[in-house]
Design a protein around this ligand. Structure first.
Ligand SMILES: Cc1cc2nc3c(=O)[nH]c(=O)nc-3n(C[C@H](O)[C@H](O)[C@H](O)COP(=O)(O)OP(=O)(O)OC[C@H]3O[C@@H](n4cnc5c(N)ncnc54)[C@H](O)[C@@H]3O)c2cc1C
Length: 298
């Protein structure tokens, strides 16, 4: 395919294990890094004209890609990083590009004494991935201080959606696979910087203590069930430390599957299926994936 007029970078047949935090997955036909928002719309137009399937990728911290890869284009947003602060009365309205690292963004807001996102500190994704997944931690959700989202579809149009129309739920939103979170607008309020930092330090400390951050993973594999965390059921089923090849149920946190070094996507998927069936058999609970599995349906 020709990429006429595109200012960004297009890579051919690159293995997704390089671009996902689980470090598994085969090649995608095209990995496209749009230069800016205008370029992204151009890429979408080209893909529509060619009838080529595509998906969006942020930091790849919630996806597991099949070893056989994908015969699709993956549009990686991480070069588009723009943050604009506007004072509105007592608060500040912040417009941030979807490709911006959530961690870097939260650090920046904290440095300005702006509060609202600090309990999401150290979630390793982008703002766009966070909005799509309605990322959350320590009782906070990214949708909490959100005001609106600007979405782009392959018709080349952008549309601003108010938070209440975003369909946010537990790790869900109305963002479709074909739509890009171009920007998100948050309303943040001023708070004592030391108090914000204290919260961030707490969150960081807890994450380091509880999560197996020393291994590649895709974070929590399964969603909680009726307010109960999934790790409880996995522990109850006696699956901590269980391995299939290089994929292992973390000893530190049973809802994490870690790549001990040599895992393949197939091994990760087999372990996911094994956990689901053992948990169901031993506790009667049906676990649902929080991670996205790309390319596993034939
Ligand atoms: C160690 C670790 C800890 C984690 N802790 C947490 C946690 O505490 N809470 C939590 O909620 N999650 C957590 N996660 C999971 C993950 O970081 C979040 O889901 C994050 O929001 C994903 O962002 P991403 O940019 O990596 O998205 P990706 O993994 O790249 O993509 C995830 C989904 O979002 C879509 N997407 C990405 N960017 C865009 C965009 N701009 N527009 C439209 N769609 C887009 C993708 O198509 C895909 O459907 C953790 C992961 C790891 C590895």
């Amino acid at each position: 395919m020709e990429w006429k007029g595109i200012r960004g970078t297009v890579l051919n047949d690159v293995p997704m294990k390089r671009y996902t935090s689980m470090k598994v997955g085969g090649p995608v036909k095209y990995l496209v890094y749009p230069h800016d928002e205008e370029d992204l719309l151009r890429v979408l137009g080209l893909l529509r004209d060619k009838g080529m399937a595509y998906r969006f990728l942020g930091n790849g911290t919630n996806v597991i890609v099949h070893d056989g890869g994908l015969d699709e284009a993956v549009i990686r947003t991480t070069r588009i990083k723009r943050v604009r602060y506007t004072k509105t009365g007592e608060d500040v309205s912040v417009e941030v590009s979807g490709g911006t690292s959530l961690k870097a963004f939260i650090r920046d807001t904290a440095d300005r004494g702006l509060s609202g996102l600090e309990r999401l500190f150290w979630i390793p994704g982008t703002v766009g991935g966070g909005v799509k997944m309605n990322a959350g931690s320590f009782g906070s959700w990214i949708s909490g201080p959100l005001e609106s989202v600007c979405l782009a579809g392959n018709d080349g149009e952008t549309v601003s959606i108010a938070k209440d129309d975003m369909g946010f739920g537990y790790r869900t939103s109305r963002v479709r696979p074909s739509e890009c979170v171009m920007t998100a607008r948050f309303r943040l309020c001023y708070r004592n910087k030391d108090e914000i930092r204290r919260d961030m330090d707490y969150v960081y400390g807890e994450r380091k203590a509880r999560h197996p951050v020393e291994y590649p993973s895709a974070g929590s594999v399964f969603k909680g069930v009726d307010g109960e965390p999934a790790w409880k059921f996995i522990e109850k089923a006696g699956m901590k430390g269980m391995r299939i090849g290089g994929a292992m149920v973390s000893e530190k946190h049973a809802n994490f599957i870690v790549n001990s070094g040599t895992a393949t996507a197939e091994e990760v998927k087999l372990l996911i299926d094994k956990i689901k069936s053992e948990v169901f058999e031993k506790t009667g609970v049906s676990l649902k994936e929080e991670v996205e599995l790309w390319g596993f349906n034939g």
